[in-house]
Design a binder for this molecule. Structure first.
Ligand SMILES: C[S@@+](CC[C@H](N)C(=O)[O-])C[C@H]1O[C@@H](n2cnc3c(N)ncnc32)[C@H](O)[C@@H]1O
Length: 279
């Protein structure tokens, strides 16, 4: 228990507007007519991904890493469990889904249970730094938009390297820094510093990874964030009726703020793949 972050840490995270009222997913499911105690992953996956391009992005990862039912996968910064459920349902792999925020982790476990996947996904409320697990355990470690929150990125990549089996792989999608970040922008993103692409490469090399591929996906992410902010603004009336004005204002601020970070060339997006040596 001593490894658990405290309630104050959760309040700290709640200053990021994306994480305001995560229970909104229950209203989204109700609005879509999915009210039964049993759900399918397809029903939930319209609403449960906090990264860009939802299940399509997870499919890219499954294909790149050739994930199958024999894999033990670590998904860190797992949010309300969208990527973990899609991974487990599509490839039948086992997933340890590690999420620091208690309320998000609780929603994740509930939805996973209702999708009948509790035997394949272990939801753990924990700081990934402090995850206590055997060395050489996971076949791969995956993550969507969580690395930007993590202060000691060099330490993170070293820990991932240790937790992976020999020949294990990582797949990460996250932001990189293109230009200087202002104090106001730091609040939107809830980050201290973002790595540049070259800094990501150095963290990976220093940790021992090989076969590193870092793909710049900024142009497709700009399309995503532009469309997300516009669609959400156009649906304001329905959204206010469903989630309340406070939640909608919070999310619209976040979506607009993220779009402006791309418009001002402050951040971009990367897809990172790397492997640990076979011996
Ligand atoms: C933008 S969300 C993405 C969630 C999920 N990966 C998805 O794509 O739906 C990033 C998540 O990382 C979690 N996170 C941040 N720092 C973490 C840490 N040190 N350990 C575990 N989770 C962390 C946050 O609480 C948040 O839920």
């Amino acid at each position: 228990m001593e490894n658990l972050k405290t309630a104050e840490d959760d309040i700290h995270f709640k200053s990021m507007k994306l994480y305001f009222n995560p229970n909104r997913i229950y209203k989204q499911l109700e609005n879509a007519g999915f009210t039964g105690s049993k759900l399918t992953v397809e029903q939930v996956s319209k609403f449960d991904n906090y990264h860009y391009y939802g299940t399509k992005a997870v499919d890219d990862c499954i294909e790149k890493l050739q994930i199958n039912k024999t894999f033990q996968v670590l998904d860190f910064g797992s949010g309300i469990g969208g990527p973990a459920r899609h991974l487990a349902s599509k490839s039948r792999c086992r997933v340890k889904a590690v999420e620091i925020q208690e309320d998000l982790n609780k929603i994740a476990a509930d939805l996973t249970n209702r999708c009948g996947l509790s035997d394949r996904i272990d939801h753990v409320r924990q700081d990934i730094y402090k995850l206590d697990t055997d060395s050489n355990y996971f076949d791969c470690a995956v993550s969507w938009l969580a690395v930007n929150h993590i202060e000691d990125k060099a330490g993170l990549f070293e820990k991932l390297f240790t937790m992976l089996k020999k020949g294990g792989k990582i797949y990460i999608e996250d932001f990189y820094q293109k230009g200087p970040v202002t104090e106001n922008e730091r609040e939107i993103l809830f980050i201290d510093d973002l790595p540049t692409i070259e800094e990501y490469r150095k963290y990976l090399v220093d940790a021992g990874f090989i076969n590193i591929e870092i793909l710049n996906v900024t142009s497709s992410w700009i399309k995503f964030v532009t469309n997300r902010a516009e669609v959400f603004a156009n649906e304001r009336a329905q959204n206010c009726a469903s989630f309340g004005e406070e939640t909608v204002n919070s999310l619209q601020d976040f979506y607009d703020g993220m779009k402006s970070l791309y418009d001002t060339n402050t951040i971009g997006g990367v897809q990172i793949y790397a492997q640990s040596p076979n011996n």
